[in-house]
Design a binder for this molecule. Structure first.
Ligand SMILES: O=C(O)CCC(=O)c1ccccc1C(=O)O
Ligand SMILES: [Mg+2]
Length: 345
């Protein structure tokens, strides 16, 4: 984490008073269950450069959450890096829904040519994943899957063979939980592809990057062809860009994605994606539609892309979405502890 959370070293860490001034906690209702949650809590900061989002998932400890605070401070006190493009192509994100719901989900991503499909959901079977992916293939050109580390090596090898039998997979995101498992899955898929004269499914690392002390470890170990990178867990837009440069030097492209961010956090993701030298793969930043209500008017996906321009939270929406006193207190206490960690460096 220490290696990643250095965005704040580029500017002085504001005082706790400065952070608390304008801090607001909101609770965003979701349309679909995602990561097992149906409401997303977010603490927004307001600084001289705009707004920042502090929203580590509730189970994350303070050390891990401090990187998210560094990211929020960067956004609100420093602002985005220079943009190289005005729009960013996004992928549709398909939760682990029944195949019959796929058209309804994809309709929220007008013009998207790439879809990421959640697989390996607890309580479901491979047949559910096969049906969901087959339904998605009817609508888009490129399909990726995200297992969130849910498979063993054996399960991943079998599932990825089955899921790529009727069409290619752009990549498989975090098929297994650990780096050694990712290395082994990649090796097995290589052997299998060699034997059949087919192409190997590329492996993307997500949790092995954003929750690792050393985000390059998985790449050095030979466990990833593609890197999923998220602004907040990496400690900010500039930290993400530095990591992307290192990865690019190793031939590993990045895919900027959301951590189920509010409109403010999506803005930071779009700014980072717009500052990357290559446009590359479609970004996983189209998740705003998963909220029933957000802190700003929903960004419009047009022709599969989002405009990079920042949006400011709308005071009326903030008032309507404000979290209750107990949750607000919990978030402000967390903010204070993470601030202490950043100050201590
Ligand atoms: O990448 C996307 O398409 C959307 C973002 C996403 O899937 C996600 C959102 C919140 C938490 C974890 C994840 C994930 O990629 O695993
Ligand atoms: Mg993922």
């Amino acid at each position: 984490m220490t290696e990643n959370s250095s965005a704040a070293t580029e500017l002085a860490v504001p005082t706790l008073g400065e952070l608390l001034d304008g801090a607001v906690v909101v609770s965003l209702p979701m349309r679909v269950r995602f990561r097992g949650i149906t409401t997303r809590e977010v603490l927004l900061l307001r600084g001289p450069a705009g707004y920042g989002e502090f929203a580590p998932f509730p189970e994350y400890d303070d050390a891990e959450s401090a990187a998210w605070l560094a990211s929020a401070i960067e956004a609100a006190w420093l602002g985005p890096p220079p943009a190289l493009r005005a729009t960013v192509p996004i992928n549709a994100t398909v939760p682990a829904v029944a195949a019959a719901r796929v058209p309804e989900i994809l309709a929220r991503f007008p013009g998207a040519r790439t879809a990421k499909v959640k697989v390996a959901e607890r309580g479901q079977a491979l047949a559910d994943d096969l049906a969901r992916v087959a339904a998605v293939r009817e609508y888009v050109d490129h399909v990726r899957v995200d297992a969130n580390g849910g498979w063993t090596v054996d399960e991943a090898a079998d599932a990825l063979a089955a899921l790529s039998a009727d069409g290619p997979l752009q990549y498989a995101e975090q098929p297994c939980a650990t780096v050694p498992e990712l290395v082994e899955v990649r090796r097995r898929l290589t052997v299998r592809a060699g034997a059949s004269g087919g192409v190997r499914v590329p492996i993307a690392a997500d949790e092995s990057i954003r929750r690792a002390a050393d985000p390059l470890r998985v790449v050095r170990a030979g466990g990833a062809d593609v890197a999923v990178v998220k602004v907040a867990p990496l400690g900010g837009m500039r930290a993400l860009l530095r990591l992307a440069e290192e990865l690019s030097g190793r031939g590993v492209p990045v895919v900027v994605s959301s951590a189920l961010d509010s409109a403010v956090g999506i803005g930071a993701g779009l700014a980072a994606a717009a500052a990357l030298p290559d446009a590359g793969f479609a970004s996983g930043l189209g998740t705003g539609g998963f909220f029933e209500a957000d802190v700003a008017a929903p960004r419009v996906i047009a022709d599969g892309s989002l405009a990079v321009a920042a949006v400011a939270p709308d005071p009326e929406r903030l008032a309507a979405l404000r979290a209750g006193p107990e949750r607000t207190h919990w978030w402000l206490a967390r903010l204070s502890r993470c601030h202490e960690l950043l100050r201590a460096g």
